[in-house]
Design a protein around this ligand. Structure first.
Ligand SMILES: Nc1ncnc2c1ncn2[C@@H]1O[C@H](COP(=O)(O)OP(=O)(O)OP(=O)(O)O)[C@@H](O)[C@H]1O
Length: 339
């Protein structure tokens, strides 16, 4: 089943094309990541999918409902957690969830049971009656994610779910996101500019750059597209005899020789290090060091966009809107509020 279909979706702001003719699908139950630098167009895409922004062209369906013609049904089937915190700090955790449930018109009995389930899911049962102002950053984020799940949406949108969190809270939040995806079977679309987040968490990742999708696949397939791991052998003597032997090995995808080193591309390099050392011995070539590098999404980003994500983030700083629309604060183009 398909959770989301995106068909030629485009958004222009004056001369700026924030989202440029995107077409892709998200499967039901999938944890789908939009990875890209600040200003790539991720938030704009999400805002169109959750019906907060009107597309310039194209359309999409969410849980089978068209974002242009069935806005109410789309809104009933989604949960949203934006970058900007949208909790009432002067209420307790449980009260924040109750407020949300009342807005969705959940009956009291159902609401109370759901609040306890959600608090347990995000591990905040013991803090249910503490004021949110006393929560840590990670706890607030967990409560927000839980709140997005209160009305049992089919699809949950998370815009930069771990931005501003320390490394420990980030990892904890990843665990909760994964748990919700697996246990509640909910489809999740998240945006991130953290390589590791996309790599660790997502079933499939779309690399978004300048409003377009530069690559889309599972993290493993994206990394695999680079042709394998790279082992760099630094040599103290003439490399030629070793190159001759590498030429004959079927498990060597390719090798390049630079000054004092041979870079060998191959699959599952860790299982071939001993073979490489043996070949060097047999060729009578002295090695001074061996370095093994696995491709990561950073190298994929570099390969498909021509620059690193950090370079793009630095260049894009100030070009993005820098803020997400908080829940309830819809832009002028949106006719109705959304919670
Ligand atoms: N309301 C707006 N008016 C004019 N330009 C906008 C508006 N919203 C976004 N943009 C522009 O559209 C482009 C994409 O911005 P968007 O916020 O979608 O990127 P992003 O990938 O989500 O980055 P960030 O995480 O920094 O928000 C940027 O060039 C941005 O300046």
């Amino acid at each position: 089943m398909t959770a989301i279909t995106v068909d030629g979706l485009t958004k222009k702001f004056g001369d700026v094309t924030a989202v440029d003719d995107l077409t892709f699908t998200v499967d039901s139950g999938e944890l789908f990541g939009l990875l890209g630098p600040n200003g790539a167009g991720k938030s704009t895409l999400i805002k169109m999918l959750v019906t907060l922004l009107q597309p310039t062209a194209g359309t999409a369906t969410v849980d089978g409902h068209d974002i242009l013609t069935e806005r109410g049904a789309v809104r009933d089937s989604i949960g949203i957690v934006f970058q900007e915190p949208a909790l009432d700090e002067e209420l307790t955790g449980a009260e924040n969830l109750a407020l949300h449930a009342r807005m969705y018109g959940q009956p009291k009995a159902e609401r109370e049971q759901r609040i306890e389930e959600i608090l347990e899911l995000v591990d905040l049962s013991d803090e249910r009656d503490d004021l949110v102002e006393h929560y840590s950053g990670g706890m607030k984020r967990r409560l927000e994610i839980g709140r997005g799940l209160m009305h049992e949406p089919a699809v949950l949108f998370l815009d930069e779910p771990t931005v501003g969190l320390d490394a420990r809270s980030r990892r904890d939040t990843w665990e909760y996101i994964q748990q919700m995806n697996e246990e509640a079977g909910i489809s999740i679309v998240l945006t991130t500019h953290y390589i590791e987040e996309a790599e660790q968490l997502c079933d499939r990742v779309a690399i978004v750059d300048d409003g377009t999708i530069a690559a889309l696949d599972t993290p493993d397939a994206l990394k695999g597209s680079l042709g394998g791991d790279v082992v760099t052998l630094e040599v103290e003597t003439d490399a030629a005899p070793l190159c001759e032997r590498l030429e004959r090995e079927s498990w060597v995808a390719e090798y390049t020789e630079t000054d004092g080193a041979i870079h060998v591309t191959l699959d599952t390099a860790e299982s071939r290090v001993a073979d490489l050392v043996r070949l060097a011995d047999a060729a009578d070539v002295q090695l001074s060091s061996i370095d093994l590098r696995k491709p990561n999404l950073e190298s994929v980003f570099l390969s498909v966009t021509g620059s690193t994500l950090d370079e793009r983030n630095a260049a894009g700083a100030g070009t993005g809107t820098g803020e997400a629309t908080a829940v309830g604060e819809q832009p002028a183009e949106s006719a109705e509020g959304i919670q």
